[in-house]
Design a protein around this ligand. Structure first.
Ligand SMILES: [Zn+2]
Ligand SMILES: [Zn+2]
Length: 79
């Protein structure tokens, strides 16, 4: 049974697959989509079928899964 890597779209064969969060990845593909850091199976986040490290995930998508980056207002009205 061959499954397909969600990162590169190529087939993942039994001997090389790295299963994480219900998907099969190539060992080299299991890295953060953003910072390319190597990820540990089962210990990362994912978004849009792409694996992310928790740091990038939290920064980009936030704790509630919002896709909009958190706007930081620096010109706050001084009280
Ligand atoms: Zn792959
Ligand atoms: Zn990352």
């Amino acid at each position: 049974m061959v499954s397909f890597c969600p990162v590169c779209g190529k087939p993942v064969y039994f001997g090389e697959k790295k299963r994480s969060l219900g998907r099969d990845y190539h060992p080299l593909c299991l890295k953060c989509h953003k910072c390319k850091r190597q990820l540990t199976a089962g210990q990362h986040a994912e978004h849009d079928e792409k694996p992310y490290c928790t740091n990038c995930y939290m920064r980009d998508f936030g704790p509630r899964g919002s896709q909009k980056p958190v706007a930081r207002t620096f010109n706050t009205t001084a009280s």
